[in-house]
Design a protein around this ligand. Structure first.
Ligand code: PAF
Length: 309
């Protein structure tokens, strides 16, 4: 079926309700994106399409989560290619609202605050970023609630639908801190949605896919590979029940002159607190997440791998 593009929340609600009735659907998936879609987003869409009867993807470059107007301006906007990718994955509806549609009164006075979990790691170098991201995710999750556009007569149930549809939203594990925060927001504020984390997609040489990779020169891209190599080293040591020796992996990254390391730590996947004791002389035990961020040329890159032993 060709994808349908809608630009207002009212249209989104009525179109998704219509599709749920038409397909006698019992589940709806939402894939929030900022566009400039690549294979990582395709994987989010594919997973959502496998797991739901109706799938909505949003495309919205959210000014609230950019600290820097230049970064916001140069964020790639590729709507036609994005729609083609989503259609090829079987997404039913694309929601691409304007800034005025999402923030009709200008920037919202009341926002979601990420709290202490939003101040560390990515939050430390991008103040306010996670408040902005969570605020728009809260709005997008509300727009996407299945059945919100149904007439009050219960037409969905009488059409053979199973009543209230299951609701899932899909986020990449590559943005580990964002995913942890979205999970906390949904749990702490009782949003009626299941959050699904989808594994990171990498190019053949290991680089985690990101819309920002296109700004790397050939030489910078080559240098950036040290991030995934260093993570892989920790993953291999964890799988082999060897001490992680985080310091030697940090040294490996520091030896690459084009890479300006910001942080490289092993943390608890839920609280993102460092698991320092677990990273030195004894083999790693339990669940962890190795997280890394670095500047390479004009681009800030982040990556992570889950560790389990
Ligand atoms: O991960 C992103 O692309 C964005 O932060 C999101 C979740 C779409 C909110 O703007």
């Amino acid at each position: 079926m060709p994808i349908k593009l809608v630009t207002t929340a009212v249209e989104l609600r009525s179109e998704s309700a219509r599709l749920l009735m038409q397909k006698q659907g019992a589940s709806q998936g939402l894939v929030p994106t900022m566009g400039a879609l690549h294979e990582g987003h395709a994987q989010l869409a594919r997973t959502a399409v496998e797991q739901n009867d109706v799938v909505v993807a949003s495309i919205f470059v959210n000014p609230l989560q950019f600290g820097d107007a230049v970064d916001l301006d140069r964020y790639p906007r590729t709507l036609d290619a994005d729609l083609a990718l989503l259609e090829a994955e079987g997404v039913d509806l694309a929601f691409a609202p304007s800034v005025e549609e999402v923030y009709p009164g200008g920037e919202p006075l009341v926002r979601v605050t990420a709290g202490p979990l939003g101040d560390k790691w990515e939050g430390a170098s991008r103040p306010g970023h996670f408040d902005g991201a969570l605020t728009v995710v809260a709005k997008l999750l509300h727009y996407g609630i299945p059945g919100a556009g149904l007439p009050p007569s219960g037409a969905f149930a009488s059409s053979g639908g199973a009543g209230l549809a299951a609701y899932r939203a899909y986020f990449g594990q590559k943005d580990a801190q964002q995913l942890a925060l979205v999970r906390r927001m949904v749990a702490d504020l009782d949003f009626p949605v299941d959050i699904v984390g989808v594994p990171t997609v990498r190019s053949a040489d290991g680089l985690a896919l990101s819309s920002r990779n296109r700004f790397l020169s050939g030489e910078q891209r080559e240098a950036a590979l040290v991030l995934s190599r260093a993570l892989r080293l920790l993953e291999d040591r964890s799988n082999a029940h060897e001490p992680l020796d985080l310091e030697s992996a940090q040294d490996l990254v520091a030896s690459q002159p084009l890479v300006e390391l910001d942080y490289f730590e092993v943390v608890d996947p839920g609280t993102l607190e460092p698991l320092a004791e677990n990273c030195r002389e004894t083999p790693f035990r339990g669940e962890g997440l190795a997280i890394i961020a670095a500047k390479v040329g004009p681009v800030r890159l982040i990556d992570n791998v889950p560790l389990s032993s």
